[in-house]
Each structure stands twice: as C-alpha cells, then as structure tokens.
Design a protein around this ligand. Sequence first.
Ligand SMILES: Cc1ncc(COP(=O)(O)O)c(C=O)c1O
Length: 425
Amino acid sequence: MTTQPEQRRTNAPASAFESLPAYVQLKKQQAEAVRLGIANPYFRSHEGVSRDTVSIDGREYLNYSGYNYLGLAGHPEVSAAARAAIDRYGTSVSARRFCSGEIPLHGELERELSGLLGTEDCVAFVSGYGTNITTIGHLFDGRDLIVHDELIHNSARLGGVLAGARRFVFPHNDFGVLDQILTQHRARFKRALIIVEGAYSMDGDIPDIPRLVELKNRHDALLMVDEAHSIGVLGKHGRGIGEHFGLAPTDVDIWMGTLSKTFASSGGFIAGSAALVETLKYTAPGFVYSVGLSPPDTAAALAAVRIMQREPERVTRLRSRIELFLRLAREAGLDTGASESAVVPVVLGDSLRCLALADALYARGINVLPILHPAVPETSARLRFFITASHTEAQIRATIGHIVEALAGIRDAVGSSVFSSSAAR
Ligand SMILES: Cc1ncc(COP(=O)(O)O)c(C=O)c1O
C-alpha cells in the first residue's frame, strides 16, 4: 500500500541515528568547542582555487589545507583541457568503461601514467579511496596474508578487511617486526602482501623502501606502495618514492596513486604489470561496476601529468619550500616529527590545544586544519600543513612566526583559563 513507507518514516524511532556512538561523540566534541568559544574549522567552503592562498567568506587566507602540491589545480592549461573535454564528450561518459564508457582520453592518461612510473600498464579508477578498496579487496582472499603499517590509509586497511585475508599490522616503519611476522606466518598462506605509503599522509615521513624490497624478496611476498602523497613530491622529476630511491619499477608489484593531489583532478590508479592491470580492468568490482572516469577529470589529470614532466622546476621549488618550512619550524622548537615531504605535522599532543591554535591562526589569516583524536592518538594530535610549490619563502617565514606567537598566547591561556580544565587533558 502506498501509505506504508510514509507510516514507516513517521514511526522510525528518533534515536535511530542520534544514539550512534559516532554521532554522540561528535556532538560532545562540538559542544566542547562551543563552550570554549572555538569556531568549527570543518566544512568551511572556499570561494576560489585552493593554492598558496584561498578566499573564505570574502577574506584572503594563507593556505596550508590543500594538497595542490605543484599548483596544477587552477592552472590555466589544466582548466582549459577539462573545458575542451566537456565540449567534446560532455561531463560524463555515461557508462562503465567495460560497456561503452571508454573514451580515448582514458587510454592516453593511463599510458602517460605508466610511462611516468616505468610500468607495463596502468588503470584509472573514479576514486582514489575506491582504488585501494577494490584492488586489495578483490585481488586477495582468505588464503592470503596482508601485513601493513599501522599508519596506512583507511582505504587500504578496509581493502584488507574486505579481502578477508589474515591481516597483521606492524608498528610504524618497524621492519624488524614486519620481518618477524613474515618469518612466523608466511609459510601458512598462499600469497603475502605488504602495504606501505610512499609518504605518510598524516606524518609526511617516508619508508625505507629498498629495505622493504629486500624483505619482500626474501619472504616471497608482494609489495604495494600507495603514492598518494609522494608523486609530484619525491624524486627529482616528481615520479615518487621509486625515483627517490632509484628503484626498478618492478621492485614494487602494485603501485597505487591518486589523481586528486598533484594531478589536480579526482580519481585513482594502479600501475604495474600488464597482467595485474588487465585483471583489474576485467574483474575488479570497483572498476567493472562503476562509471568511467569523467571526461574533465581525465583531461585535467592528463594535462597535469604532462605539465609536471615538462616543468620539473615545480618539483624542485616544492622541495626547497618543504626544506625551508621544516628547517624554520625545527629551529623554532616545533615538533614536526620525521616529516620529509609536503605533509608537515606540527604535533601538540592535545586536541584542544590544536583546535585553539588552528583557531588563533585562522584569526591571523592562516588556514590550516587540526587533526585530532581519534584520527590520530591524542598524544600526537597535530596541525597538518600541506606545503606546495606555490608558497613563497616570505609566506613560509611569516607562517612560522605566526605559529610561534599564537602558541605563546595559547600557553598563557593554559595557566589562566579554559585549558587548565580537566576536559583539556
Ligand atoms: C594515502 C592515501 N591513499 C588514498 C587516499 C584516497 O584518495 P582520494 O582522496 O583521491 O580518494 C588518500 C586521500 O587523501 C590518501 O591520503
């Protein structure tokens, strides 16, 4: 009967979602921020391109909250390529690539990316997040072993869960423990997969991949590297951690990357052997049952990859800005952990102080986001700065000065008011 759905809607208990633990926790945090007079830093919408500066509510901010690493999002050539693709193909390919959603730009982008990484082939997906989920979830199963770093991105972790493989986590960059896990368990499983990131998305440090290659060969394991934050950042030409360490492309079995960071678009990719790529193209659910990458997204990423290769000076400039930020921050006594990449944390180890510092910097015209518990352990709550090639030296110097001054103001407040409350601990 037509009235039934209506009936069900009105009878739904009000607590269906209000009582969800995640919602309850969120409301508690929001109430605490309101009590402390700290504005909500999330979901602020910006009114133009997110690069070294960004406009929010009509005010221009110095910006460290976007991963437009080489300044290619908003680049006229990238935007023009996206517009031309819309003019020619429309805004959607209107089908899965498998079934008539293919356009020539898809192949062009994939050839460009496999050329960049030196692999046999490459396949592009509509989401970076979905790339990890469907690739790991599809290629591995209950007979396999997956071992990953404790700080691996949520998408790779959940890919492992979906696979149903036996999963072990090793402490961050602790390859001694990884070695032990493989020594103890490898023989019981059909295949073993090690997953790491080329540059960690919260800490910006990079793993010793040559050591991992030795380990994976010794244990007859496969190695997957998520290059989301290392392509465009590491290596002289921005080819990522493989170029940084001078690896052979085949040292890594599954190269994963996103199109949403350096490549100014949206989507993800897997590069590797022809067999790996063909398997994914014909059988991975997240590819086979999902629409093809849109024409503007494909064209934008393609233009961005080409500009990066044509203008390696962007990568050089980014490297010098990262080094400047890290040097000045460390000289000022800020805890930037082991960062060596464009992701630079300033660790405070206290979520409320992080919120307060982000708020104080925002008032000073600097847009940077706090990363709080539970996204990271409370003891490593931090502000995360994304450094880009567009930042000037003067902007970086000014920023470090502002952080130091704003922190001093917050320290004063700790003694006298809100942050001395037990809630702050
Ligand atoms: C390490 C890592 N992998 C995968 C992803 C997912 O990529 P996307 O945001 O392009 O979906 C991210 C997103 O930030 C990431 O940091």
